[in-house]
Design a protein around this ligand. Structure first.
Ligand code: PAF
Length: 294
């Protein structure tokens, strides 16, 4: 596996691959890799000649600087895992390779910077106003900003994202469509720990006891799903809220049942072609999200 830190070096390498007519699969990550990320690499390896993974803890998507500071950084271990998984190139740039000082300053001042659209219009409609978008102002703008930059550098045929970040996937699909980027976005299933907890780099910050009891989140979502055919959405919500109140470690932020395409709340399952139940909560200091398709 080749490890590259500079954009120019990566572009030179990619040019060689393109001359050899190799198809490129891209897996963007923020590191602290786990089995969920490795499943994205595995999927990419099956479908593409070469797989590029990026590790970049993107400062513009954190609205809480404390969260950015605490984000686990385990680059050496990550590189070993990627090599073992068969990844071809690891791109691990420094912040000043990706952002100008001006872009970072705008973020510090909380100015919604849209220069990453390079003059084109990207309108997320209500997609970035609900759930994670409502809880974390500016978060999706930062995600779209960095992903668009990475896509322009790597120019992959396919890019792989986990379904755990369901809303992020919808944002990236919309961005790619509106910016007319010729990239196929591949959604990969959520990988769970043995107790059902969705894999996340944040799980590392849970204590042993918290991690064990966090299995209750998926257990509750799965029970709720079983009830869906003869229970109204209002009752499903009440059910989940009541269940989670019985677990003293959990502090619920939101539980929503939404149209899986528009992400707008629905009051009846008949209202949407497919629906998704999304949840965000805190266990101690650690914020977790999960979802289940209904
Ligand atoms: O899902 C993530 O890890 C990040 O949001 C992403 C897509 C790598 C952008 O920084």
């Amino acid at each position: 596996m080749i490890i590259i830190n500079s954009i120019q070096q990566l572009k030179d390498q990619l040019l060689l691959f393109r001359k050899q007519k190799k198809s490129i699969g891209f897996v963007p990550t923020m590191g602290a890799l786990h089995q969920g990320h490795l499943s994205l690499i595995e999927n990419a390896l099956k479908e593409c000649d070469l797989v590029i993974c990026s590790i970049f803890v993107n400062p513009t998507q954190f609205n809480d600087l404390n969260d950015l500071d605490k984000y686990p950084r385990t680059i050496e271990k990550d590189a070993q895992m990627l090599k073992k998984a068969g990844c071809d190139v690891l791109f691990a740039p420094e912040v000043n390779e990706i952002y100008t000082e001006q872009e970072l300053e705008l973020k510090r001042q909380k100015v919604e910077d849209t220069s990453w659209t390079e003059g084109k219009q990207v309108d997320f409609g209500s997609l970035d106003k609900v759930m994670e978008g409502a809880q974390r102002p500016g978060h999706f703008n930062g995600v779209a900003q960095v992903v668009s930059k990475l896509f322009r550098i790597v120019e992959p045929q396919k890019a792989y994202f986990g379904q755990k970040d369901f809303q992020q996937l919808a944002i990236i699909r919309t961005m790619v469509k509106q910016l007319e980027m010729p990239i196929e976005i591949v959604a990969c299933p959520i990988i769970r720990e043995e107790n059902g907890l969705a894999m996340s780099s944040r799980n590392e910050r849970l204590t042993k006891e918290e991690r064990k009891r966090a299995g209750f989140i998926f257990e509750t979502l799965a029970k709720m799903k079983k009830l869906k055919n003869n229970t109204s959405i209002a009752e499903l919500k009440t059910f989940v809220e009541a269940q989670l109140k019985t677990e003293s470690l959990i502090k619920l932020e939101y539980f929503e049942i939404a149209d899986a395409e528009t992400l707008q709340s629905i009051s009846d399952l008949e209202q949407a072609k497919s629906a998704v139940a999304c949840i965000a909560l805190k266990i101690g200091e650690v914020r977790l999200i999960d979802n289940i398709l209904l």
